[in-house]
Design a protein around this ligand. Structure first.
Ligand code: F58
Length: 825
C-alpha cells in the first residue's frame, strides 16, 4: 500500500527480524548488548551501571517505537477523531520500570540484565526523573496520557521541552535533568514550525483579515516521547517543543569578527524553552512565560492542522476530527491562534471560524484561588502578540453584545464578565477567554466544580457548559509499580490481573477486611513498605524511625492553603504534651513519625519559613531524650515522583488538610488511599468523594465546611479575637516557638503573624478540630486489627479514583471519541 516504499517483503522481514518475543530472555539480552557495543561503543569490560541502564533503556525504547510506529500508521489510515491534551507541565518521573511493566516484559528484562551481570533495581535507580512539572497539575497530565494509551483512545499530548526545572529546593539549584542523553525522547528535527513574536499588523481592507509581519521569528522543533499503554499495543505520543533559531547563526556577524553576536540570536531563541516556571498555584506575569505558551500553542496547532489538512476535508469538519483539551488556562492562546490561522491564512470568514473554534476547545480549571488566575498586562500582551489582541477584542465585543442583549443595562455584569479587565494597566483575563472559546468547562472534583459555578465563574456560562470530571491516578504506576507486593496480593486473591484496567473490581475485595488471614497478609506488606522507607531514611538522611509508629504523610507543594502549618503545629503540641507527661503517661502516647515532603516556590517567603520551622522542629524533637521513640519529624528534600513512589506505599495516614474550598481536588489523597493510608482530611476537593466511597467511619474528617469558611474568615479580619480565644492550644504552641524552643523565635514572626492577624486560611479556627481528629487516629492505632480493617476498606473503595475512569468520563461527556485499538497482528 501507499505506506511502503521499495520491496514490501524486504521491509516486512527486516521489521520482523527486530521483533523480540516478550519471554525471550536471550533475545532481550541480544538487543541490550547490541546497544552496548554499537550505540554506546562500549564492552563488557568497561560497562558501569549507568551504561547498562542506558543500553537497557534503548532496548526497551526499540520495543516502544515499534508499537508507536504501528499506532501512528494505523491511526493515520483510520483517521479517527483524536484528542489533543495541551498541558504546559508533564511530571512524568522515571520511565524504564513503567515501560517494562506496560509491555509485560519486566521479568524478561530482569533476567536478561541479571545474566549480563547487573541488578535490575539498581539500573532503575540510574534514571533521572523527567520533572517537567511542579505538582498536581503536571502529574495529572502524566496519569492521563497513560490512561489514554491504555484505553486505546486516539490521543496525543503536547508540551514544552524545558531543559531545567528551577524548582525551589533548599539550595535553589536548578535541576538539569537533561544533562545526560535522554533515551526516552526522539528528536524530530524534520518536524518544526516557524513562530513569530512582536512585529506589526496591517489590516486588509473590506475583510476581517490582517497581515502580521516583522518582529522576531524562531522555530519550534518536535521531540517525541512514546507512551505505552498497559497490556495493549497502543502507544500514544507526547510531543514536546523546543525553541531553536531559524538559522544556526548569523554568518555576517561571524565574518565581521563579532563572534558573540553571531551566536546571540541562537541562544536567545533557545532560552525561550529553557526553564520550567517553578510556581504552584501562583501566577507570575513574565513575558518569557507568555512566549513559552505561545510557542507551544502555535506549534501544536500548526501540527494538528497539518495532520487534518492531509485528509483534504473542508474546515467546518475540523470538530469531527479534532478536540483540544486545555489543561488549565496556560494554552488559552491556542483558541486565538486557531482563529488567526483560519481567518488570516486560510481566509475563512470570521463567524465560520468562530463556529469551528468553539466546537474544538474544552477547558479544565484547577483552582479557584484568585492569585493563581492567569491575567496578562495588556501592554505586554499587545507588544508580543499584536494580532492576537485584535482578535481578542473582536471575540470580547461579540460576547459582550450577547450579554447586553440578555441583561440590558446591567453594566456591572458586563464589567465583571469582560475578557478585558479595566484599570491601569488593563489585563487580559485568560480564564474568561478560555470559557468563552470552549464548548465545555470542567472542574476537577465535585465540590470544586460546584464552587466554580457558584463563585468565580458565576456569571460566565450557562449550566450545560459546565461539568465535572473528578481527577484520577493511574493504578499502574501508583500501585503495580510502586507497591508490587500489594498488587500481587490483589491479583492472587482476585485470580486475575484484570483489575489493573478495571479498578472497580478491587471493590470485590472489601469483604476481605473481615478475613483475619488476609488482614495479616495486608499488614505484613505495609510493614515491609515501611521498613523499605525506613532504610532509605537511614541511608540518605541518617535518621532512624520506628516501623511500629504511625507514619503520617503530607506530601505536596508547600502552600499556605494546604496548611502544612496545621500539621506542624499539631506536632509541636504533641511534643509539648510529651515533655509535660510523666513516664507513666508517656507509655500511653501513640508513636508518630510525621513525614513531610514537597517544594516551595523559590520566591514564596512564608512557605520557605514553614520548611525552615519543620526542619528545626525535627532537629529538636528527634534528639530529645524525653521524646524517646514517641515522635520523629522528617522533612524529605528534593521531593519527586520517584520519592513519592517510596513514600506512598509506606504511609499509614494521608494528611489532606487544606482549608475547605481551596484545594480543587488533590491527587495524593487518591494515591495514598489506594495504598491503604487512612484519610485525615478536611471536607475539601476530592476528599469529599473519597470519604463518601470509603465510608465516613473509615476516615477522619475535620475542620470547618466550605460553606462556612467565608463567614469565619470575615470574622477573623473584622471582629478579631485573640489567638488565645480562637485556640488556646495554638497560643501555647506559638509561645513555645517564640520562646526559641526551635531556635531563634524571631525568625518565624512573619509566619506566625499571618495567623495572629487575619488567619485567612483558618489555621487557628480548625486547630482544635485537627487535634481531636488526631486523637481518634491514636485511639484506633491501639487496635491494630480495627486499623487494618479500615485500611483495607480504604484501599479497596478507591476504584473510582483511577485516571482510566476520569479519561473515560472525558471521552464520553466532552471529547466524543471512541477507542481505536491497533489490531494485534
Ligand atoms: C492542582 N493545581 C490543584 N497547579 O491545586 C490540585 O487541587 C489538583 O488536584 C491538581 O491541580 C490536578 O487537578 C496545580 O498543580 C499548578 O501547579 C499550576 C502550574 C502552572 C502555573 C500555575 C500553577
Amino acid at each position: 500500500d501507499e505506506w511502503t516504499v521499495g520491496d514490501a517483503q524486504t521491509w516486512k522481514t527486516a521489521i520482523e527480524a527486530e521483533q523480540v518475543d516478550k519471554d525471550d530472555v536471550q533475545g532481550v539480552a541480544n538487543t541490550v548488548v547490541r546497544h552496548v557495543t554499537t550505540t554506546l561503543a562500549r564492552q563488557a569490560g568497561n560497562l558501569d551501571e549507568l551504561g547498562a541502564y542506558q543500553a537497557t533503556a534503548l532496548s526497551v525504547r526499540d520495543q516502544l517505537l515499534k508499537r508507536w510506529n504501528e499506532t501512528t500508521s494505523y491511526h493515520t489510515k483510520n483517521a479517527p477523531k483524536r484528542v489533543y491534551y495541551l498541558s504546559i507541565e508533564w511530571l512524568m518521573g522515571r520511565t524504564l520500570d513503567n515501560a517494562v511493566l506496560n509491555l509485560d516484559m519486566r521479568n524478561t528484562y530482569e533476567s536478561a540484565t541479571q545474566k549480563l551481570g547487573f541488578n535490575f533495581e539498581d539500573l532503575l535507580n540510574e534514571e533521572r526523573d523527567a520533572a517537567l512539572g511542579n505538582g498536581g497539575l503536571g502529574r495529572l497530565a502524566a496519569c492521563y496520557i497513560d490512561s489514554m494509551a491504555t484505553l486505546n483512545l486516539p490521543g496525543w499530548g503536547y508540551g514544552l521541552r524545558q531543559l531545567i526545572s528551577s524548582t525551589g529546593e533548599q539550595l535553589e539549584a536548578p535541576d538539569p535533568w537533561l544533562d545526560r542523553e535522554n533515551p526516552w525522547e526522539i528528536p524530530r528535527l524534520d518536524v518544526s514550525y516557524p513562530i513569530r513574536f512582536y512585529g506589526r499588523v496591517e489590516a486588509i481592507p473590506n475583510s476581517s483579515r490582517a497581515i502580521w509581519s516583522g518582529g522576531n521569528e524562531c522555530l519550534a522543533v518536535a521531540y517525541d516521547v512514546p507512551i505505552p499503554g498497559f497490556a495493549t499495543k497502543n502507544t500514544a505520543n507526547l510531543r514536546l517543543w523546543a525553541a531553536r533559531p531559524i538559522q544556526g547563526f548569523d554568518l555576517n556577524s561571524f565574518n565581521a569578527g563579532n563572534y558573540e553576536a553571531s551566536v546571540a540570536s541562537s541562544s536567545d531563541a533557545e532560552n525561550i524553552t529553557r526553564v520550567l516556571y517553578p510556581n504552584d498555584n501562583m501566577y507570575a506575569g513574565k513575558e518569557l512565560r507568555l512566549k513559552q505558551q505561545y510557542l507551544w500553542c502555535s506549534a501544536s496547532l500548526q501540527d494538528i492542522l497539518r495532520r487534518y489538512q492531509k485528509l483534504n476535508l473542508p474546515w467546518d469538519q475540523l470538530p469531527d476530527y479534532v478536540v483540544i483539551q486545555m489543561n488549565d488556562t496556560h494554552p488559552t492562546i491556542s483558541i486565538v491562534e486557531l482563529m488567526r490561522i483560519l481567518i488570516d491564512e486560510e481566509e475563512v470568514p470570521y463567524d465560520v471560524a468562530w463556529g469551528i473554534t468553539t466546537k474544538v476547545f474544552a477547558y479544565t480549571n484547577h483552582t479557584v484561588l484568585p492569585e493563581a488566575l492567569e491575567k496578562w498586562p495588556l501592554p505586554l500582551f499587545e507588544n508580543l502578540l499584536p494580532r492576537h489582541l485584535q482578535i481578542i477584542y473582536t471575540i470580547n465585543m461579540n460576547f459582550l453584545n450577547e450579554v447586553a442583549k440578555r441583561f440590558p443595562g446591567d453594566m456591572d455584569r458586563i464589567r465583571r464578565m469582560s475578557i478585558i479587565e479595566e484599570g491601569t494597566p488593563k489585563f487580559v483575563r485568560m480564564a474568561h477567554l478560555a470559557i468563552v472559546g470552549s464548548f465545555k468547562v470542567n472542574g476537577v472534583a465535585a465540590l470544586h466544580s460546584q464552587l466554580l459555578q457558584s463563585t468565580i465563574f458565576r456569571d460566565l456560562k450557562g449550566r450545560d457548559g459546565f461539568t465535572n470530571v473528578t481527577n484520577g491516578v493511574t493504578p499502574r504506576r501508583w500501585l503495580l509499580q510502586c507497591n508490587p507486593r500489594l498488587a500481587q496480593l490483589i491479583t492472587d486473591t482476585l485470580g486475575s490481573e484484570h483489575w489493573l484496567v478495571n479498578l472497580k473490581q478491587i471493590s470485590q475485595l472489601l469483604p476481605m477486611a473481615d478475613n483475619a488471614e488476609f488482614r495479616h497478609a495486608f499488614r505484613e506488606i505495609k510493614i515491609e513498605n515501611k521498613a523499605r522507607l525506613a532504610d532509605v531514611l537511614h541511608s540518605e538522611l541518617g535518621l532512624s524511625v520506628d516501623v511500629d509508629s504511625i507514619f503520617t504523610c503530607q506530601i505536596k507543594r508547600l502552600h499556605e492553603y494546604k496548611r502544612q502549618t496545621l500539621n506542624l503545629f499539631g506536632i509541636i503540641h504533641r511534643y509539648l504534651r510529651i515533655k509535660k507527661a510523666t513516664p507513666q503517661e508517656r507509655k500511653k502516647i501513640a508513636k508518630h513519625t510525621a513525614i513531610f515532603a514537597g517544594k516551595a516556590a523559590p520566591g514564596y517567603y512564608i512557605a520557605k519559613l514553614v520548611i525552615r520551622l519543620i526542619v528545626n522542629v525535627a532537629k529538636i524533637v528527634n534528639h530529645d531524650p524525653d521524646v524517646g521513640d514517641l515522635l520523629r519529624v522528617v522533612f524529605i528534600p528534593d521531593y519527586s515522583v520517584s520519592v513519592a513512589e517510596v513514600l506512598i506505599p509506606a504511609a499509614d495516614v494521608s494528611v489532606q488538610i487544606s482549608t475547605a474550598g481551596t484545594e480543587a481536588s488533590g491527587t495524593s489523597n487518591m494515591k495514598l488511599g489506594l495504598n491503604g493510608a487512612l484519610l485525615l482530611g478536611t471536607v475539601d476537593g476530592a476528599n469529599v468523594e473519597i470519604a463518601e466511597d470509603v465510608g465516613e467511619d473509615n476516615a477522619f474528617l475535620l475542620g470547618h465546611l466550605a460553606a462556612d469558611v467565608e463567614a469565619v474568615r470575615y470574622s477573623n479580619s473584622y471582629n478579631p479575637t485573640s489567638l488565645e480565644e480562637r485556640s488556646p492550644e495554638l497560643a501555647a504552641v506559638f509561645k513555645a516557638i517564640e520562646a526559641g524552643t526551635f531556635g531563634d523565635g524571631h525568625v518565624y514572626e512573619p509566619l506566625l503573624k499571618t495567623i495572629y492577624d487575619h488567619d485567612y486560611y483558618l489555621v487557628s479556627n480548625d486547630f482544635g478540630s485537627y487535634l481531636a481528629a488526631e486523637n481518634l487516629v491514636d485511639e484506633l492505632w491501639a487496635d491494630q486489627e480495627e486499623w487494618t480493617k479500615k485500611s483495607i476498606r480504604t484501599a479497596f473503595a478507591m476504584g473510582s479514583f483511577t485516571s482510566d475512569r476520569s479519561v473515560q468520563d472525558y471521552a464520553d461527556s466532552i471529547w466524543s471519541i471512541e477507542p481505536d485499538p491497533v489490531p494485534e497482528n
